[in-house]
Design a protein around this ligand. Structure first.
Ligand code: GDP
Length: 373
């Protein structure tokens, strides 16, 4: 019987004593498989039945990984979800890893409309990094799902790593497993998905390393659970309605002053005053399945009280209690076009001058940027 083995899907240590803990496999299977074939029960089910088994992976696991990286001179590939920057960016990572070299990868570019200009997004990413005091060697936008820009990313990795090992890090759900599977299939000759991917976070439990062509190792690491991800408060069904599954499509609204838009029951935007003329053109980019409801601002509070969980949903019930809402006010006086970003939910584009107020759970980052479209 194999004793010191690790799951080839999630990296957890294989055990046959506790079904509720990572790495469980029945004794029968354990006796009949070689260590190269071992996949724990959880990974097997995620892969074959799309079931979800969110084991608690503590941030302690993540800190152990960080401690290991700290001792090494490594190249760190930090993945962020460009649709949820504040939910997926951990600024402290740089100090935590003793200022190792970083490449920044903005993943899920396929969720943005096709006409978006990559250099505008990269410029915005640079500004975000600069304000956080986080410097990187280089950055790139990719779609791990569709393989966009992966050749370029691999070229960058080989260029910057020299003889060093590479660690792929990022919050849960940014697409680390998807990316590493693509790398394995496209560039390292793997036959099928090795690392377990799923729509629920916390999939990668241990650290899994794979040999690169020059003999160094590329590691997939467990995702740090980022409290700024509102998904941790929603049911899986609501999350799937909220977080776009494919390219977000624009919706055009013409709003008057003192009108409000609700984005499900998750966020709200009030027009206090707008451009010089009466109507304000506003374009929303959210999940195509999220209901956007327009009302008068003086009726908005009552509507929210009475229609949360029904007309204004998700959330769909009290069980999905989201953290308290906070408001942000934006008053911009020039005449450029801006995005108001609700991180992880979507964004709204409108031309200044405007004065608006937004409401969203405090875990959702809300900020402006120069329009990317
Ligand atoms: P991890 O927790 O960082 O390892 O993330 P996973 O690789 O398990 O991916 C989390 C979710 O994001 C899954 O539902 C993936 O299908 C999805 N995902 C990953 N990469 C992409 C991408 O490039 N585009 C889109 N649209 N979804 C992605």
């Amino acid at each position: 019987m194999i004793t010191n083995a690790y799951c080839n899907g999630c990296g957890a240590k294989i055990q046959n004593t506790d079904k509720t803990k990572p790495g469980y496999i029945s004794e029968k299977l354990l006796n009949n498989k070689t260590s190269d074939e071992l996949v724990c029960q959880r990974c097997f089910r995620i892969k074959n039945y799309s079931e979800s088994f969110p084991y608690e992976v503590s941030n302690q696991d993540f800190m152990q990984v960080i401690d290991k990286i700290k001792e090494e001179d490594a190249l760190i590939v930090k993945i962020v979800d460009i649709f949820d920057f504040s939910g997926s960016f951990v600024p402290a990572m740089k100090q935590m890893t003793n200022n190792n070299d970083f490449l920044l990868v903005g993943n899920k570019v396929d969720l943005l409309p096709k006409n978006v200009k990559h250099n505008k997004i990269l410029n915005w990413l640079k500004i975000m990094l600069k304000t956080q005091g986080f410097d990187v060697l280089d950055n790139i936008l990719v779609s791990a799902k569709y393989g966009e820009n992966l050749d370029e990313l691999m070229r960058m990795i080989y260029q910057y790593k020299g003889k060093r090992n590479v660690y792929i890090v990022g919050s849960s759900n940014v697409g680390k497993s998807k990316l590493i599977n693509q790398i394995l299939k496209r560039y390292l000759g793997a036959a099928s998905n090795i690392v377990t991917e799923s729509v629920s976070p916390k999939t990668t439990i241990g650290m899994i390393g794979f040999n690169l062509l020059d003999g160094t190792t590329i590691y997939d690491t467990p995702g740090v659970i980022n409290k700024h991800q509102y998904m941790h408060y929603l049911s899986r069904k609501s999350y799937k309605l909220t977080y776009p599954q494919k390219e977000v499509k624009p919706l055009v609204f013409q709003l008057n002053e003192e009108q409000t838009l609700f984005f499900g029951g998750l966020a709200r935007l009030d027009i206090i005053s707008g451009d010089t003329c009466d109507m304000i053109n506003l374009v929303t980019y959210f999940s195509n399945r999220l209901n956007i409801h327009r009302t008068r601002t003086d009726k908005a509070n009552r509507l929210y009280k009475e229609k949360l969980y029904s007309l204004l949903s998700p959330p769909t019930s009290k069980d999905e209690e989201l953290p308290r809402w906070v408001f942000h006010e934006f008053r911009i006086r020039d005449n450029k076009k801006y995005d108001i970003v609700f991180s992880g939910l979507g964004f709204v584009t409108l031309r200044a001058p405007f004065h608006i107020r937004t409401y969203a759970p405090f875990v959702v980052g809300v900020y402006t940027r120069l329009a990317i479209i």
